[in-house]
Write a protein that binds this ligand. Sequence first.
Ligand SMILES: [Fe+2]
Length: 275
Amino acid sequence: MTADVLHFRQSQTQRLARFGVNASVDMHCHCLPGIDDGPPTLADAITLCRALVEDGITAVIATPHQLGPYEDVKASGIRAAVAALQTQLAALGIPLTIACGAEIRADERLLHLLAAGELLTLGDGHAYALIELPHSTMLDLRSMIDALVAQGITPIISHPERHGPISRDVQLLAPWIQRGAILQVTAASLTGVFGPIVKRSAWELMNAGWVSLVASDAHDVAARGPSMTAAIEAIAATTGHALARRVCLQHPQAVLEGKPLVRPRVAMVQRRGRS
Ligand SMILES: [Fe+2]
């Protein structure tokens, strides 16, 4: 389905008009039914998709977990689930485009499995791979980042602000960014849904200019629901309209289309007192 045949809702057209863009892409979302810890049923997935539309999103990259606890989530299964959900959305007249992707747990097999086509890049475009750390274990990703960059794939580190050791010292990310990794912060982290430590880390990264992407990482319409509108408003109010447009709209669309984005410059992050 292409955007020109979609009949966007008011929430979507307002977003596009306000920021002068032709898509509002959520580049990290668990919207496929029964495949990971996202919606368990098709009905739940449809409910989540309706909520994404209400949140102003026009296109979403489905990023089910791969590796870690989700060893059995295969590229072929993701592609089939995306096609099936897109068919259902079209039948229901829900104006949302779904693209293939994955959130890949950092693992020593990642490079081999990516080369073998068993892991998915974002938008299936071989330009960006979404990489997730184990939640509380610090890994040295430098060699993995170097190898991905050498293959023309930009690693995107998913929600580092929610990672225990990194949330306490975001400076740990500097060597990864310097090697070519970029950062995706979760929308709800910025509004405090994950608590004050995560919120503070998210804003430290945002204020330092280290954040390239903001995404919902939505799993449902309850505790982990879509929240891009709230994040966009918070960023626009705090750091300005231009940065909100870049990290919430322009860059996510560039990732979907496999195009380059503005790279962060790394300097020391200013820490503002602990909360
Ligand atoms: Fe996720």
